[in-house]
Design a protein around this ligand. Structure first.
Ligand code: NAD
Ligand code: WQD
Length: 338
């Protein structure tokens, strides 16, 4: 298939690019580099051994999006492009609505005009908010607690309406849990700008000496050791789910919303310990107050993905830490600045 990856220069998109090329697809990356580095393209070329087709594109620019689709033929789109910081979304909600929802509308419009009828969408476990029970199934109550989460929920709903209005248009909403890790080459990985919001990149930066110590947000949660429990999923397993979702859309000609997680809950301190083992170094930390908006425990019931996509996670916490550390230690400052 000829596939467009919107936001394909980002953390998850770059890993999905590698998997899709390995599966024999013809893949084009489009991005505005608002949260990524052009340096990723050279790394993708190094990994795949071939030039990386790239299109500069800002999804907020509707004319540019429709103009682009008018000159290209695609069998499917994988849509990663979004702003994703929960805290920033509370400070600048309109930017999130404009970029994430507005950008998605422009993309859907461009796809419709060009007759592209398959979409894989990056959704998030954030749509479950604070779940009533874990493991979380796809039919759990949806509830969002911040503007970023709201954009994901609204986008799922918009995409659902479009699918219902057009029997030929099919979408796979993949609800990612907590993506971590990196490609085994250590050439691509997560490279956040500024202070990392998320646990694994923060641990990586402590391990490599860029930050003194990790703050553990709360030691009094009702969990195994008092720290927050999440479902960390290796980014290469997650990348593979996109390829499997595209196969599903072709094979089954229907839409799907599915969790992408391992089904295993891991606490902050368990992850810190696993990382310390993998990197063979101490990770200094201090337990501080809970982070506003956090919840105790979120992990997936991933059985629908197994039944529908034939997908299941293969890589455990050890591989996640080993690969995250390989990327971080080989690239202490992230991608080289051009
Ligand atoms: P990322 O920021 O690394 O990648 C997103 C990419 O989209 C970036 O390259 C960015 O430059 C690009 N982009 C953003 N707005 C754009 C626009 N208007 N036009 C063109 N390109 C644009 O993030 P990621 O971690 O790779 O996440 C990918 C997707 O998965 C996002 O939609 C995110 O919300 C979702 N998601 C991420 C996580 C996570 O923890 N990383 C969890 C659940 C869901
Ligand atoms: C994990 C655990 C923290 C940082 C977020 C978004 C979610 C999704 C994934 C996009 C929690 C603790 C963290 C730190 C800590 N993104 N922590 N010290 O909050 O589960 O999910 O990213 O869709 O929408 O909300 O991930 O990595 O931020 O936190 O103790 O410096 O680590 O309290 O228990 P989270 P996270």
């Amino acid at each position: 298939m000829r596939i467009l990856l919107c936001g394909g220069a980002g953390y998850i998109g770059a890993h999905a690019y590698v998997v899709l090329v390995e599966r024999g697809h013809d893949v084009v990356v489009a991005d505005n580099f608002s949260n990524s580095s052009p340096g990723v393209l050279a790394r993708l070329r190094q990994i795949t051994g071939r030039p990386v087709p790239f299109q500069p594109l800002d999804l907020r620019d509707r004319d540019a999006v429709t103009g682009f689709f008018a000159h290209q033929a695609f069998d499917a789109v994988v849509h990663f492009a979004a702003l994703k910081s929960v805290g920033e979304s509370c400070e600048r909600p309109l930017d999130y609505f404009h970029n994430n929802i507005g950008g998605t509308l422009n993309l859907l419009h461009g796809m419709r005009e060009a007759g592209v009828e398959r979409l894989v969408f990056s959704s998030s476990a954030t749509v479950y908010g604070d779940p009533d029970h874990v493991p979380v199934r796809e039919d759990a109550r949806l509830q969002v607690t911040n503007p970023y989460g709201r954009t994901k929920l609204v986008m799922e709903e918009l995409i659902g309406d479009l699918c219902r209005s057009d029997a030929g248009f099919h979408a796979a909403n993949l609800r990612y849990f907590n993506p971590v890790g990196a490609h085994a080459s250590g050439l691509i990985g997560e490279d956040p700008t500024g202070i990392p919001n998320n646990l694994m990149p923060y641990i990586c930066q402590v391990a490599v000496g860029r930050r003194d110590r990790l703050s553990v947000f709360g030691g009094d949660w009702p969990t195994v050791d008092g720290t927050g429990v999440r479902d960390y999923i290796h980014v290469m397993d997650l990348a593979r789910a996109h390829a499997d979702a595209l196969d599903f859309l072709v094979r089954e000609r229907r839409s799907l919303t599915v969790n992408v997680g391992t089904g295993q809950g891991v606490s902050v301190l368990q992850l810190v310990e696993a990382f310390a083992q993998a990197a063979a170094r101490r990770i200094p930390y201090q337990v501080v107050a809970r982070r506003p908006g956090d919840v105790a425990e979120v992990y997936a019931d991933p059985s629908l993905a197994q039944r529908t996509l034939g997908w299941r996670a293969e890589l455990g916490v050890e591989a996640m830490c080993r690969d995250a550390w390989r990327w971080q230690s080989q690239n202490p400052q992230g991608y080289p600045v051009a």
